[in-house]
Design a protein around this ligand. Structure first.
Ligand code: GRF
Length: 195
């Protein structure tokens, strides 16, 4: 396969599942020579691992608590990733801050999804902060990962309205449904440019 994709998750993995489903439905193997080769988690109890296994996708767990430093964790993570010789590494709800060395290793082939319209609201609690700021719109961003958290060249964005009375959970769900559309589209765009 020309493009092995490795997806990193920490939890539910609904974005990962959306990417796996899109890869099958939109025939990424035939169109781009691409497949999701592995799903790697820093948490053994990440819900998404069972989905990946059920799809016949290789999985690995690298528990961050087993490592004394971020550098040691990132080295073990890179080893698990590189076992699948990926041309693209996709962060999908992967809740660890990565070291500059790790980011440099995958420069230009490391993508992230962030549930805000970057550069607004990098970091955590984006939906609560958007509601508290009185934003009329929120959204989601897919970007290349650089050493600075939630920065880096933007590949694509989707805008989502903030409606009167929205709670953090309601807004998060509205944004998440757009994440599931945007991330596969952005990855297909990345692959299409490298056919
Ligand atoms: C998503 O909102 C993602 O943007 C954020 O964490 C959430 C992960 O959801 N960083 P899932 O694990 O893909 O379901």
């Amino acid at each position: 396969m020309k493009h092995n994709i490795v997806i990193l998750i920490s939890g539910t993995g609904s974005n990962m599942a959306a990417i796996v489903r899109a890869a099958a439905a939109d025939r990424w193997a035939e169109r781009f020579g691409a497949r999701v080769a592995a799903v790697v988690s820093n948490k053994a109890d990440a819900g998404g691992l069972a989905f990946a296994q059920a799809q016949g996708i290789a999985t690995a767990v690298v528990p961050h608590r087993d490592f004394a430093t971020r550098e040691a964790f990132d080295a073990a993570l890179a080893e698990a990733i590189d076992a699948h010789a990926p041309s693209l590494v996709v962060l999908a709800g992967f809740m660890r801050i990565l070291t500059p060395g790790f980011v440099a290793r995958y420069e230009g082939r490391l993508l992230n999804i962030h549930p805000s319209l970057l550069p607004a609201f990098p970091g955590l609690h984006t939906h609560r902060r958007a509601i508290e700021a009185g934003c009329r719109v929120a959204g989601v961003t897919v970007h290349q990962v650089t050493a600075e958290l939630d920065h880096g060249p933007i590949l694509d964005q989707a805008v989502v309205p903030v409606l009167p009375g929205d709670t953090e959970a309601v807004l998060a769900a509205r944004v998440l449904s757009q994440e599931h559309r945007l991330y596969p589209r952005a990855i297909a765009g990345w692959l299409g440019a490298r056919r």
